[in-house]
Design a binder for this molecule. Structure first.
Ligand SMILES: Nc1ncnc2c1ncn2[C@@H]1O[C@H](COP(=O)(O)OP(=O)(O)OP(=O)(O)O)[C@@H](O)[C@H]1O
Ligand SMILES: [Mg+2]
Length: 408
């Protein structure tokens, strides 16, 4: 478009002007009777004698050929225009030597060539105005495109970040409505979705807090009452206290599953420290805990949540294992990983996926305490950290649970 505009509105008119000027000069040459023969002049000499301009010379066919008219390029549109100006069939050729040379064969005398040298004009050494103009237009278009893309990309990137943080369980402030209409609409929809998700989450947390609170109060009352039971019912009392402790633990798991520690801040911490803390806390139990910690860089995590993951895994290993637990850690290119292994009976292969679902317990849990929420909580927390948790049966027997947390 730019090329066309420049060609039609700048280049063409100036060529037309040059053409017309040359045509006028050529016409002037033939205005008066050319004095041929009076002083034994040929037509060429007679015309040359009339030329008042340094840039103009008249040649005979032979002279013109010697001067290189055959190498000049024929221009059709220029020729037809010249023919119109001169009122007969003219031929125009152009040669780009040191200066621009225009060769014209006038209709008045087709046997001669008139050469017009244009001193100023398009010099190939210099950047032509058209090229310059196109370069500027090109540069401006690229800059404009870049700015436009940036303007579109910024809200998109912001949206991506916000979506990621929602998937991690934290709800960002509503995003500013910027960019193209479509982007504004998408951002608007996202804002609405995020705020209704936040509302849902809050309602659920409130509901759970209410239920657990309301359940705990009667539990405490029952426990108090059991303390006041007569001595003969001691065996009854022990059963009640045990049940109450189980129920309390289950309520705690419920709350942990629902709450997901949204308020907890992300901090840079060593996973080895958490693993060691959990191992130390388990020493009171009758288990043999083997710690095998590799080198791990500090990573940004919600420490309390990740500690709950480790505790839940160790608790499972202790509960369903055979008295031996191994905790190990290592680093891969993109993630920090840790494993909790035990020497129990493991999980049936076909159950490995289902035990992650809330309230699902395997065969090994038959008749035991627990709510079946442990692994569901683990999965939620690990996925909230964009990590991965996998279970597999060890060759030696027992289960191996592995958690991968991305370093970025
Ligand atoms: N280390 C393990 N060895 C064998 N089976 C396991 C092991 N860990 C988990 N399981 C099986 O997976 C099921 C689900 O485990 P999960 O931790 O989710 O629930 P739970 O331990 O039964 O209850 P909770 O953890 O809520 O107290 C368990 O019931 C058990 O059958
Ligand atoms: Mg468990």
């Amino acid at each position: 478009m730019s090329y066309w505009t420049v060609a039609v509105y700048f280049i063409k008119p100036s060529y037309e002007q040059i053409n017309e000027l040359i045509a006028r000069q050529v016409k002037l040459l033939f205005v008066d009777e050319v004095e041929i023969g009076r002083q034994h002049l040929t037509l060429v000499d007679a015309l040359n004698a009339k030329v008042r301009d340094d840039g103009m010379r008249v040649y005979s066919q032979k002279q013109a050929r010697d001067a290189g008219v055959d190498d000049a390029t024929y221009y059709g549109f220029w020729s037809s225009e010249m023919s119109e100006y001169l009122g007969g069939k003219a031929e125009v050729r152009v040669m780009q030597a040191q200066h621009l040379q225009v060769w014209i064969r006038p209709p008045q005398a087709p046997s001669i060539w008139i050469k017009v040298t244009l001193n100023s004009g398009i010099n190939e050494d210099q950047l032509s105005p058209l090229t310059l103009y196109l370069l500027v237009i090109g540069a401006l278009s690229v800059i404009g495109g870049w700015m436009f893309a940036r303007k579109q990309n910024k809200p998109l990137r912001r949206l991506q970040k916000a979506a990621l943080s929602v998937s991690k369980g934290s709800f960002p402030q509503s995003l500013p409505l910027e960019g193209s209409t479509e982007l504004v609409e998408v951002t608007n929809a996202f804002n609405r979705m995020a705020s209704s998700m936040k509302q849902l989450e809050q309602d659920r947390a409130l509901l759970m807090a209410g239920i657990s609170h309301d359940l705990r109060t009667p539990l405490t009352r029952i426990r108090l009452a059991s303390e006041m039971m007569v001595e003969e019912d001691e065996y009854l009392k022990d059963g009640i206290v045990n049940d109450i402790e189980d129920m309390d633990a289950i309520i705690n798991q419920f709350i942990a599953y629902i709450r997901q520690d949204q308020q907890e801040l992300v901090e840079l911490i060593s996973i080895n420290r958490l693993l060691k803390e959990v191992a130390d806390a388990e020493t009171h139990r009758d288990v043999d805990i083997a710690l095998e910690l590799g080198h791990c860089p500090d990573i940004s995590i919600r420490a309390v949540s990740i500690k709950r993951v480790i505790t839940n895994l160790v608790e499972n290993a202790y509960r369903y294992g055979g008295g031996w637990v191994k905790i190990s850690s290592y680093t891969t290119k993109s993630a920090v990983c840790f494993r909790v292994e035990d020497n129990g009976s493991g999980i049936d292969e076909d159950q490995i996926e289902t035990v992650f679902q809330p309230f699902t317990q395997g065969d090994s849990a038959r008749g035991s305490v627990g709510s079946g929420l442990g692994l569901a909580i683990i999965k939620r927390i690990v996925e909230g950290h964009l990590g991965k948790v996998t279970l597999c049966n060890r060759k030696e027997g027992g289960l191996c649970a592995e958690v991968e947390l991305p370093i970025e």
